[in-house]
Every structure is written in structure tokens, then in C-alpha cells.
Design a protein around this ligand. Sequence first.
Ligand SMILES: *[C@@H]1O[C@H](CO)[C@@H](O)[C@H](O)[C@H]1NC(C)=O
Length: 178
Amino acid sequence: MKLLLLLSVGLGLAWTLQDQSQVPVQPGFSPEQVTGSWETLELASNDRSVVEEEGAYECFMTGIDLLDNGNLNISYFHRKDGRYINGFYVAEKTDTPGRYIFEYHGKNYLTFVAVTEKFTIMDLENQRDGNPLIVVELHGRTREAGKLGMVHYRRQTARRGILPSNIVDVFFKRYGSS
Ligand SMILES: *[C@@H]1O[C@H](CO)[C@@H](O)[C@H](O)[C@H]1NC(C)=O
């Protein structure tokens, strides 16, 4: 019993430490900066299968609304059986501006790592069995604008230990090169 308790305290600590060192939040974040419409350029994960071929995190974000209580309503579409389906989820604010939590296959920690007028980089961590699933997303106000976030995005995927081969250009997959 004591051992179990110690073990879970240890896991909690590990998350806290990792959270701070690998997932910096955008300094001075305010939610108004991220409201409005978005295009998803790239998705990356330590488990590539979740961001490709109708995987659980193969989502194309279309917009963010700020709710009265300070939470975010995040709209997206995803593929199911070859069709595109609209959805949304509500990300609940935490004590730290720019960090949110939502439920989806368990608890997800969402951090806005970078926000500019042109692009945003979102980092998601889903903890399952002490073996975190990490997803890093690059979104732009337009595709061209989003490309300006590429260097920063590559830095965040590297910081998270995600291999370049695990980065998927979902915009290209959906719309092609033009
Ligand atoms: C979130 O936005 C969608 C439209 O994209 C809407 O249908 C839904 O009611 C909104 N949810 C909340 C909690 O505001």
C-alpha cells in the first residue's frame, strides 16, 4: 500500500517536472489571441498512427471560440470511414494562462507553446499507463501564415523527442500542393 502510494507520487512528480521543462507556455498568453479561424498544417506524435489514417488525433482545427467562463470551444473536423465529420471539444482553463485540460480517451493536457498573429503551436499530452502520448500541432491563420511557424514547430517536436519521420503534413494530404 505504501509502495503504491510512493509510486503514484513519483509519477505525479515526473509529470510536473516534464511539464515545465518540455512544454513552455507562450509568455503573456491571452485567450483572445487564439480565437477565430485556423487551418491545420502539420501534426506530429510519438505514436505516428494516431495522427494519420483516421487516427484518434488526426484532427483539422477550424476555429476557437472563447466561452463566457474562460474555457475554449475548439472546433475541428476529422475523418471517419473516408468522410469528413465536424466536431468540437471544450478545453477547460487552468490556473496557468495558456494551459488547458480536456477529457478525450482520458485526461489531456493542452498547452499553447507559441502564439503569434500568424500561427499557433499546440502541445497535447495524454497520460495512459504512465506512458504519455504526445501530439504537437502546427496551425496557421492561412497555410502561408502557418509556414512562418515551421522552425519553432520543429524545435518543439525535437524537444518532445518526436522523430522527423513522425511529423505528418496533413494539409498536403487533404488539399495537395497548391
Ligand atoms: C461549440 O461550438 C459548436 C459549433 O462549432 C457548437 O455547436 C457548440 O454548441 C459549442 N459548444 C459550447 C459548449 O459552446
